[in-house]
Design a protein around this ligand. Structure first.
Ligand code: SF4
Length: 356
C-alpha cells in the first residue's frame, strides 16, 4: 500500500522511489538527455538536496516538471535520541501520520543503519516490540531509501557504511519495495553502498528466500532462528508453525548453494529458555552442514514480555560450546540500551504518550 495516491502517472509520488533505470525511462519519456539522471541522483544522494527547485544545474522547465510530478513527501522528524555509546535513533512521521524508526550504530569504524521496512509487523515474535501492535502497512521504496539518505546527510562528512534491514517489519514481506530500495541504495549513482554491506534479516519466509536467491545481488542474509528446536521456536515465533525448522534449514542450505554466500543465524539468548549447554549442542548439530555463522544476542527485555537476559557467564558458556562444536559465532554487545535500542520501542513509547 502506498502512503498517498500517485500524481505522476509513474506509480510514485516521490523521487526517492525511482531506481536509476526508472529515472532514465522518465527522461526518455520527456525527451531529455540521459546524463541528466546522474545530475538528479547526485543532487538527491551526494548533495542531500531533496527539493528539485534548488537543482540549478537543470533547466527550469525540467525542475518544474519534476517538482510537479514528484512532490516527494518527506519523512518528518518527530524525535532524535543519541546514546552514550554513540548509537542514534530517529523517529519519523510519515505523510499519512504513521511513524517508523531508524537506528544508527557506530562500531569499529563502521556506521551501520538499521532500517524499518513496514509500519508495525504481522509476525508477532515474542521478544519484539514491533509486533506488539500488529501490522499497519508496508513502507514505500522511497520511505525506505529516505531513512538511509537522512542518516547519511546527518553523518556528513562521514557516510553510512552498512545497512541492516532489521528495524520495524519483516523485510521479505515487503519484497518488491525492499528490492527497489536496495537498487537505489546500492547504485553507484545512488547511495553507493555495496551489496555485501547490506544485510536482510528475515523470520524465514521460504518462498521469498527462494526468490531472493535468484536476484543476482550479493546481499547478506540473516535468518532469525532463536531456538535449537521447534518446541522452543514455536513459543517465540508464530511463523514456525508455517515454516518449521527442518524446512527452514533446508531452504537455508539451498540459499547458500544458489548464492555461494554464507548465511547468518540470529539467536537471542533468553534466560532459562534457550541458553543451556544442551541447547547449544542441539543447535550445533542442526547447523553442522550449513555454511553459516551464529550471531548470539543477549535478550533486551521488552516491557510486557516474560523474557530476560541470561547471566554473562551462561552466555559465554553457550558461545564456547558452539565454537567447540565447530560453529563460527559471536556474542553481540547490546547497543543503545539507554535509548530504548530494541526495535519498535521508541515508536511504542511515542504512541503511549500520544494516547495518555
Ligand atoms: S522480530 Fe522482526 S518479524 Fe518478528 S515481530 Fe519483530 S519486526 Fe516483526
Amino acid at each position: 500500500m502506498s502512503s498517498a495516491p500517485s500524481t505522476s502517472g509513474w506509480g510514485s509520488n516521490s523521487l526517492y522511489d525511482l531506481t536509476p533505470a526508472d529515472l532514465q525511462a522518465w527522461l526518455t519519456l520527456h525527451a531529455q538527455p540521459a546524463y541528466r539522471a546522474k545530475q538528479i541522483l547526485e543532487a538527491l544522494y551526494q548533495k542531500g538536496q531533496s527539493d528539485p527547485s534548488s537543482w540549478t544545474t537543470l533547466p527550469k522547465s525540467m525542475r518544474d516538471a519534476l517538482a510537479t510530478e514528484f512532490p516527494t513527501p518527506g519523512l518528518e522528524l518527530i524525535q532524535q535520541q543519541t546514546s552514550a555509546d554513540g548509537t542514534a535513533k530517529w523517529l519519523w512521521k510519515l505523510p499519512d501520520g504513521q511513524s517508523v524508526e531508524t537506528v544508527m550504530i557506530p562500531a569499529d569504524g563502521r556506521r551501520t543503519v538499521c532500517v524499518s521496512t513496514q509500519v508495525g509487523c504481522a509476525y508477532k515474535c515474542g521478544f519484539c516490540a514491533s509486533g506488539m501492535k500488529g501490522f499497519f502497512r508496508d513502507l514505500t521504496a522511497g520511505e525506505i531509501v529516505q531513512q538511509v539518505a537522512h542518516v547519511d546527510r546527518h553523518l556528513k562528512p562521514d557516510r553510512v557504511s552498512n545497512i541492516v534491514f532489521m528495524g520495524m517489519g519483516e523485510p521479505l514481506s515487503n519484497y518488491d519495495n525492499l528490492i527497489r530500495a536496495i537498487r537505489v541504495i546500492n547504485s553507484p549513482d545512488g547511495l553507493k553502498i555495496g551489496a555485501r554491506k547490506i544485510t536482510i534479516s528475515t523470520v524465514g519466509l521460504i518462498p521469498k528466500m527462494e526468490r531472493l536467491a535468484k536476484e543476482g545481488l550479493q546481499l547478506e542474509l540473516a535468518v532469525s532462528l532463536h531456538a535449537p528446536n521447534d518446541g522452543i521456536r514455536g513459543k517465540l515465533m508464530p511463523i514456525n508453525k508455517k515454516y518449521p525448522m527442518t524446512r527452514l534449514l533446508a531452504a537455508c542450505r539451498a540459499f547458500v548453494k544458489a548464492t555461494k554466500r554464507l548465511i547468518t543465524f540470529e539467536y537471542i539468548l533468553i534466560d532459562g529458555l534457550n541458553d543451556q549447554p544442551q541447547h547449544a549442542e542441539e543447535l550445533a548439530g542442526r547447523l553442522k552442514r550449513i555454511l553459516c555463522k551464529v550471531n548470539l544476542i543477549p535478550c533486551h527485555p521488552i516491557p510486557g514480555t516474560p523474557w530476560g537476559r541470561p547471566p554473562e557467564e551462561r552466555m559465554l558458556a553457550f558461545e564456547k560450546k558452539l565454537r567447540e562444536k565447530g560453529i563460527a559465532c559471536t556474542l553481540r554487545q547490546s547497543r543503545g540500551l539507554d535509548i530504548e535500542g530494541a526495535c519498535g520501542q521508541l515508536r511504542l513509547h511515542h504512541e503511549e504518550e500520544l494516547s495518555s
